[in-house]
Each structure stands twice: as structure tokens, then as C-alpha cells.
Write a protein that binds this ligand. Structure first.
Ligand code: CA
Ligand code: CA
Length: 256
């Protein structure tokens, strides 16, 4: 199986949208495999929902930020989300697909230290995927909530790129966590990939590494959406081909 669209080098995922290059792309249709804003349900919706499984190092829960925003986090009573946990979303029951797009928001909560070493970092968050037997290391990066300390982080590229703290954040301190401990930041992340025809399952793994842990440095997932590019059924392709033949015959007759 050959990748025909590569992740840009980084978490600059958005730029890759629409770059799927597989041979069947012209006839492929995108369907929503999974979608969840975590306002009401851990299960979510989408064509693959019945077999979507989310789990981590503890029990998952819908957490509530101080401003009322709900997101995927941990059932530890803190509403602070994950620390050094691994969370996996498995989608099955999908038709044959030739690519996927992943989109989600990550909330970095508290005292994230970006690329800083010396025992307090680097504070890493990573995402990987597995499509059928194909493993895709989507990216691993760092975040910092300390622009006031002139810290650097790798986002919007992968570790060990260097950018000022909170570069690329779509919101800062909007969730209402205490700013004395770094507050919070919101990042919107997307990544699109294309490859040969692939079957179930499609799995995404999200993980935190090297964090000082709850309640100091935590994170949450929100507005998670997965679409897949689906190859048309052979029967509809055959009908489409027949339609072209008929049209061709009519054109020939007119010309005659
Ligand atoms: Ca939400
Ligand atoms: Ca840290």
C-alpha cells in the first residue's frame, strides 16, 4: 500500500485538506464516519458509530470547563481532562475507503511548558492512526501556556520545531481555567491522508507524554470529526459506465 498524500512535516494539518491523490479520488465520496462535540454523549454519531470505542488509562467522561464547555476527558472528578494517558477511537463497519480526514480541538489546560527541558518538559501531545494494516504517525508536538515566560513550543509544527508559546491557538483563556497556573489554550487540528483501497478498522490514538500530571498540566479533546473517502460500489460504477456508452451512441448517431 502506498501513501499518496503526505502529512506536511507537521501539525499544520489544515493545508493538506483536498490533497488526496488516489486514482479513485475523482469518483470517491466523503462520508462522516464519526462526529462528536461531547455536549451530550460519549458515543457520538456517524456511519461507524455502532462500533466506535473510546478508552484511556482510566474511565472516560464528559468534562465541563469553568465556562461550561463540555469535552472528552477523564472520570476523576476534576474536570481537567487527561494527563499522560492514551485514548483510542476505533471505527469499524466502514465501506472500503481510500483516505480519511481527522479534525479535532485540543484544549491545553494549565502549566504546559512547551520545549522546555530541565525536568519540567518537553510537554508532548501526539496523534497516530492505523488504517487497516497501514500505520500512520500523524504527528507529535509540544504546547506551552507561558508566553509571559518567553517559552517556546513546537506547534504548529512537530517536535522539535520552535515557535512562541500559544502560536496557532484559536482561543486563549476562553475556557476559564485559573490563569495563575497557565490558564488554557484551544487549538484546531486537521489532517488528511490518501492511500490505496483499505478496509476496517480505522483507529486513532491520542496521547500525552512527559506531563507533570493533573491538576498541573492536562488536556481535553472536543469537536472530533472523522470523514472517509469511499469508493463507489462496483454496481454503480458499471451503471455509470453504461450511461456513458449510451450517451456516446446517441452522439455518434447525431453526427451520422
Ligand atoms: Ca464541546
Ligand atoms: Ca511540564
Amino acid at each position: 500500500m502506498t501513501l499518496t498524500s503526505r502529512f506536511r512535516k507537521s501539525f499544520g494539518f489544515a493545508a493538506l485538506a483536498g490533497c488526496l491523490l488516489s486514482a479513485g479520488a475523482a469518483n470517491a465520496a466523503d462520508i462522516v464516519a464519526y462526529e462528536n462535540d461531547f455536549e451530550g454523549s460519549l458515543i457520538g454519531s456517524g456511519s461507524a458509530t455502532p462500533s466506535a470505542i473510546l478508552y484511556g488509562g482510566g474511565n472516560l467522561a464528559i468534562n465541563s470547563a469553568p465556562n461550561g464547555q463540555k469535552f472528552l476527558g477523564l472520570d476523576d472528578g476534576t474536570n481537567l481532562g487527561f494527563s499522560n494517558h492514551t485514548i483510542t477511537l476505533t471505527l469499524s463497519g466502514l465501506p472500503t475507503y481510500t483516505g480519511f480526514s481527522l479534525a479535532f480541538d485540543v484544549y491545553t489546560i494549565g502549566s504546559w511548558d512547551g520545549n522546555t527541558f530541565g525536568g519540567i518538559g518537553p510537554d508532548l501531545l501526539g496523534v497516530s492512526a492505523k488504517a487497516g494494516s497501514l500505520s500512520i504517525p500523524i504527528g507529535m508536538t509540544t504546547f506551552s501556556n507561558w508566553p509571559s515566560l518567553s517559552q517556546i513550543q513546537s506547534f504548529p509544527e512537530t517536535f522539535y520545531a520552535a515557535h512562541p508559546a500559544q502560536t496557532g491557538a484559536v482561543a486563549v483563556d476562553s475556557l476559564g481555567y485559573p490563569t495563575g497556573n497557565g490558564g488554557d489554550a484551544t487549538y484546531h487540528i486537521t489532517s488528511s491522508w490518501g492511500f490505496g483501497e483499505t478496509t476496517d478498522p480505522l483507529t486513532f490514538t491520542f496521547y500525552g507524554i512527559n506531563l507533570q500530571g493533573s491538576p498541573d498540566e492536562t488536556w481535553g479533546i472536543d469537536n472530533l470529526k472523522v470523514t472517509v473517502s469511499v469508493v463507489p460500489e462496483p454496481t454503480s460504477l458499471a451503471l455509470f459506465g453504461a450511461g456513458i456508452l449510451v450517451m456516446g451512441a446517441i452522439a455518434l448517431r447525431r453526427r451520422a
